[in-house]
Design a protein around this ligand. Structure first.
Ligand code: MSP
Length: 535
């Protein structure tokens, strides 16, 4: 199995197999409003979706809400609402928050949809028919917040769940079981053959070591609740919420409704998940897929946790910051940029507003803001606002060489799912351009070959930066694009390989052909500072 990405420029290690890019987030439990931790997951996935759209891939970006199970039924009961009335309301909080955060999902799935019930039943029936499901009694310690059983020695003092710090409950149930243990060898082989399929490597190693320790069969149905998808061969049972939830990734691409569409997107999928749910995605889910006669998912990307003073931000710990109102206060683009630039994908990170403000001032207000305002002012004052045609490039122009190198490195970083690196390199490019202006002091020059050359170079950097920064700060990128006189949408600017090559250049030289850019003759549009400095 190959990891799909179309990367005509990057020369990276990922194989080029398809220009269909399917990316998913976990579907969220609707027991409370989305907090910054879940917003972080969304911003990561959104950046990758946007990057792949801009390089011309056909993208399907899926998110949604996980609406069944004990936890949701309890949340509804606490509000004296029916589960359905509750999930209808709470699901909207998520859709609304993601629209505030400028998340560009193509679909929003809800597990209470009829098509999803149909899809889960069909999928699990296939697993049943292939002989991997049996009936037995189950007893154990159950954490309702995790919707998972724990072994006694996995629980803390007072038998509290290690994640939620709440006491687990003793449950005895007649359940159907999935014979997960039969998939140990198959999964070990899958991961030995596909070492890139779980990122980062530390999580890959964690999964492989769990597999080596051996797998136990898992209970996949419940009779204690009825808020779920009914088991088709025994309707007294509903499916355990994780089995129900994982299938959303197939429902959304037509598993029960448009079966011929499934192979367009499957198995070349990128599941973005938090590190706490990799067992479900890297062990249960591929095993269930294999049991149902499908290929396992292609790529799991596990990010770390957003922490507040060292503790995971979560609904059950009351240290959460509500996502939408916070983003509105600090600025959506500032928040998105901070998440993506500050945190290496996979690592935990303490979130603080001081950190966000520091990055905002240094990277957005100073570096990026300065470059745009300097260049705009120069074109306005020296050329009455019309971008001059570029003169022939002198040999040995230092900035041009490094622009080519850096732009390519940033492309590779985006293709390799390293947003912090991509943005680090992009901001190095901005710094380089600012330094280039400071060295050459174009403000002291009269219009002529040299000045037009310097300005064209700086404008090209701005144009490239708009593209490279677009996944993180889409509205700002579009605004830069507009201010340098482009009348297209930045997101569609590179939608064919020829255009990508024109901008980033395979050989490097194409990057400086003004006609590839169409900047000469454009009118610069003046405007307010992109990011006013903050205290
Ligand atoms: N419903 C399941 C997922 C089913 S996917 C088929 C679930 N939901 S959740 O709402 O509890 O969590 C969803 C995601 O949010 C997980 O990936 C989790 O890691 C992530 N986060 C929750 N709190 C977080 C932080 N504090 N920091 C980063 N991510 C966080 O699990």
């Amino acid at each position: 199995m190959e990891i799909p990405t179309k990367s005509p420029l990057s020369g990276n290690t990922l194989a080029i197999v398809s220009n269909h890019f399917y990316i998913t987030t976990p579907i969220y439990y609707v027991n409370d409003k989305p907090h910054l931790g879940t917003a972080y997951t969304m911003v990561i996935a959104d950046a990758f979706a946007r990057w792949h759209r801009i390089i011309g891939d056909e993208v399907f970006f899926l998110t949604g809400t996980d609406e069944h199970g004990q936890k949701i039924a309890t949340a509804a009961a606490e509000k004296s609402l029916s589960p359905q009335a509750w999930v209808d309301e709470a699901s909207r909080w998520f859709a609304d928050a993601w629209s505030v955060l400028n998340i560009s999902n193509d679909a929003f799935i809800r597990t209470t949809e009829a098509r999803h019930h149909e899809s889960v039943r069909r999928f699990m029936q296939a697993v049943y028919d292939s002989g991997y499901i049996y009936k037995a009694n189950y007893e154990g310690w159950y954490c309702v917040a995790c919707e998972a059983y724990y072994l006694e020695d996995e629980l803390g003092e007072g038998r509290v769940c290690p994640q939620h710090k709440k006491p687990a409950e003793w449950m005895v149930e007649e359940n159907y079981f999935f014979a997960l243990s039969k998939f140990e060898e198959k999964l070990l082989k899958l991961y030995a053959d596909n070492p890139d399929s779980i990122a980062p490597l530390s999580r890959y190693n964690e999964i492989v070591s769990q597999l080596r320790q051996g797998l136990m069969d898992i209970s996949i149905t419940r009779t204690s609740i009825d808020w779920g998808v009914k088991v088709p061969w025994d309707e007294k049972h509903v499916f355990y919420v994780w089995c129900d939830a994982l299938v959303n990734y197939l429902t959304a691409i037509g598993y029960a409704t448009e079966e011929d569409k499934v192979s367009v997107w499957w198995p070349n999928v990128h599941h973005v998940v938090g590190k706490d749910i990799i067992k479900f995605h890297c062990i249960w889910w591929p095993a269930l897929c294999m049991a149902a006669g499908l290929e396992p998912p292609g790529h799991i990307l596990a990010h770390g946790w957003l922490l507040v003073s060292g503790e995971k931000m979560s609904k059950s710990r009351l240290n959460q910051i509500e996502a939408a109102s916070y983003a509105e206060r600090v600025g959506v683009e500032a928040l998105r940029y901070h998440f993506l630039r500050e945190i290496t994908l996979g690592a935990d990170a303490d979130f603080s507003e001081e950190g966000l403000t520091a990055r905002y001032n240094s990277d957005l207000a100073n570096n990026l803001g300065n470059l745009l305002s300097r260049v705009s002012t120069l074109v306005a004052s020296k050329y009455s606002g019309t971008i001059p045609a570029e003169s022939i490039c002198d040999q040995g122009c230092a900035m041009k060489q490094s622009v080519v190198t850096m732009a390519k490195e940033a492309v590779v970083a985006w293709n390799n799912f390293s947003p912090d690196q991509a943005l680090l390199i992009t901001w190095n490019l901005i710094r380089e351009a600012n330094a280039f202006l400071e060295t050459n002091e174009p403000w002291k020059m009269q219009p002529g070959d040299k000045l037009s050359h310097i300005l064209s170079d700086a404008l090209e950097v701005l144009q490239i930066v708009a593209v490279l920064a677009y996944p993180a700060i889409p509205d700002t990128a579009q605004e830069i694009w507009r201010r340098i006189g482009m009348d297209t949408g930045v997101e569609t600017s590179l939608s064919d390989v020829k255009a990508i090559n024109a901008v980033f250049g395979n050989g490097g030289e194409a990057i400086y052909q003004p006609e590839a850019y169409g900047l000469a003759g454009n009118t610069i549009i003046a405007g307010e500072p992109l990011f006013p400095r903050r205290k």
